[in-house]
Design a protein around this ligand. Sequence first.
Ligand SMILES: Nc1ncnc2c1ncn2[C@@H]1O[C@H](COP(=O)(O)OP(=O)(O)O)[C@@H](O)[C@H]1O
Ligand SMILES: [Mg+2]
Length: 265
Amino acid sequence: MSMQTELHTGIETRLDGSALISAKNLKKTYRMGDVDVHALRGVSLDIRSGEFVAIMGASGSGKSTFMNILGCLDAPSSGEYFLDGISVAHMTKKEQARIRSRKIGFVFQGFNLLSRTSALENVELPLLYQGLASNRRRELALEALHAVGLDKRFDHKPNELSGGQQQRVAIARALATHPSMILADEPTGNLDSKTSIEIMAIFQKLNSKGITIILVTHENDIAQYGLRNVVFRDGRIIKDFMVETRLNPEEEMKRVLATSIVDNA
Ligand SMILES: Nc1ncnc2c1ncn2[C@@H]1O[C@H](COP(=O)(O)OP(=O)(O)O)[C@@H](O)[C@H]1O
Ligand SMILES: [Mg+2]
């Protein structure tokens, strides 16, 4: 596959031209008693390897429904979804599960960590499902915890960690299997602004190493850490554009800290 270099707002991203994700006219209708809820009304979107896309839109606009389809956690009512050029509907359940566990890392708003289990064991869990030996699991899990700056707290349980640290464990868990993409649904939804910046810095770093990031947020400033914004409304995409001035986490942190000093004065 030929690698081409594209420039987005001065930040170089490696894109390999072909679509990693290709959604074609996806519709999703939920039946609620006698009523049909049209969560997606025909969504088409291509995302290439190496992109960092923020999906935005009001609550109920279909963002999570779309993400669940991208993650092969749910199937569309109609339309087709190609992952790496392969139609997901034509895969067996087993193939879908394999793709989910090898190619995709999931991060959710509520962290979804096992509470009585150490950070290390939480991160090892997806590797356990892959049947890796314990030495290798530990090695990969520590490497992932290192990537999010938490390797020194590997033996802490979730209740011994802050919200931001818990989300970093969840990101490490998503990273442990070396996925080609991370799907994150409102990953900063439960975090204060300073912690949100730290999390977005981690996503930018992972993206600069070539991992495709697709992240749902309803906060406009969070979306500005990405390279591309896609806006949903009522089950449709109404906007799709490149971010003009991408936010830099270091500068944002300085700004937030300066503001909090003023607030406390
Ligand atoms: N499992 C479900 N059963 C019925 N309706 C659902 C279900 N999941 C989502 N919906 C409905 O589909 C619409 C889109 O929901 P969702 O994708 O969760 O939106 P968002 O993530 O943008 O808030 C909403 O009207 C929601 O109530
Ligand atoms: Mg949602």
